[in-house]
Design a binder for this molecule. Sequence first.
Ligand code: AGP
Length: 609
Amino acid sequence: MCGIVGYIGEQCAVPILLEGLAKLEYRGYDSAGIAVLDDGTVEVKKQKGKLNNLVNSMNGFYKEAVSGIGHTRWATHGRPNNENAHPHTDCTGKIAVVHNGIIENYMELREWLISRGHSFKSETDTEVLPHLIEELYQGDLVDTLQQVISKVEGSYAMVAMNAENSGELAAARHDSPLIIGLGEGENFLASDIPAILKHTRNTYILEDGEVARITPREVNISDSQGRPVLKEVFKVQWEQGQAEKNGYPHFMLKEIYEQPRAIRDTLAGRVSLDEGKVTLKEIKLDEEKVSQIDKIYITACGTAYHAGMVGKSIIESLARVPVEVDIASELRYRDVMMNENTLVIVISQSGETADTLASLREANRVGARTLAVTNVVDSSIAREAGDVLYTWAGPEIAVASTKAYTTQLVAMYLLGLYLAQKRETIDRGEAVEIINNLRELSTKVETTLQNGEKIKQFAEQYSNSTSSFFIGRGLDYAVALEGALKLKEISYMHAEAYAAGELKHGTLSLIVEGVPVVALATQQHVYDKMISNIKEVKARDATVLALAPEGFTGIEQVVDEAVFIPEAHPVIAPVLTVVPLQMLAYYMALQRGCDVDQPRNLAKSVTVE
Ligand code: AGP
């Protein structure tokens, strides 16, 4: 997610803006920029790459200016480059805007504005905002922003300035955080508290739909109807480190709780319930090309590989194409049969994993069609794949992947529906049901997160175990693999995932009294079999924690602890089932005194083979 700063007061704005952006660097970004208002004109300076590139380009840039806005960009729509960096301006250059979020209807707004004579310089969704302000402006910047947000769909935290309204900044918020820092004869804006903590601890937290007029001495906030809103001052108690984690003790926990937002963003503008279809404008695979695909490979490493295992089930069941999933470090050395009718899907959060990149290059070399699912715009894998479907999870800082994984699953659903639509292997009713489930996912993840305390207690009880097992059938087995990896990589406890039906063929010999077994039972068609497998391990005195949908009553009689997740289409269940497993790993690691965010021996991006 992008970082926003703003300042209006009596001090020189440029150093305050640059220092504020530096405090937001931990979030990850690929370009940065500022705009200041000086002597009636808006001046913009922006650079691709790290903040240093921007700082080094300053050369005394408008050091007398006393108001301005700044931005660090994590690219979603449009590559990381100078043109796509924020702030963005209108045709006249008098209006500048910085934005964090996704404007879902930006294409139609852009087409309308072009028809009204506006010309665009970037590929971004954000650039429609300054042109909308220019188009609708009647003299009052805040009134204009009210009109703008009535036309915009999606998530935004935005700050605007206009040379015609030199004594103020305007801000609006929907679904992306934005705070106002209250000073003496000066005021600040930021997407995150760390950017303003040096200057003030007194803040207003903007709520969804609210619009603010900020001058050096006043902050006036109104609701989406233009009615004045009286805000209480929120006094920040956090120190710098806590503020970077938004108050969470670790980045991993923050990112676990960011999943509802990440899922919403990844779905934004791509699913239409009315039409019952998925639209992936960025994918070049049209009906003809899709009809020629007779085999799909999914290849990745680690958590991304586990997402691919879920993807196999989804794409096969929806698009009726055979799918093979292979670990990238294996696939690249296998003599696989690929040709122009093969689609190779590579999944990689970082877009830089060496083995995955090597498999992609091998697929390209033999002429297969390739499609990347990645979280980093313009990454090596994104650049070298024939098509790219981006997840919009925002920067993931913790080594253990959480929100990137669940948004990779969302990408698998989108691809499965997209391919099924192109191959006409799904009827509208089924598509609508799955899309409906996708749209409800964020809310259901929020509900699932409420199990945190119960999971924490289970972790406290069993954190001294030396080994644990995760069992499931079908999609639950794929999720069990991810749960076991999460636990291993951050708590250093041995964990093994097993197809539940396979236990009796050997591993059951390891199940003895007190061994913790996590049983995933979300798939109705094999539920009875799962109950039998649970009884198998209970008969050996294992301790069983079961995860099941709310409607699967009775399971709590059979196990030691049951965690219930909201009902959902069985295909969609993995996104919900994994959340308690992420929390289990987190709390086990805490209990065992491990470094949750930076576990030993591991790196966030494995760029070596
Ligand atoms: C996930 O928790 C791990 N950190 C690791 O398995 C990771 O998923 C794997 O290295 C692949 O990374 P990528 O998605 O960036 O390619």
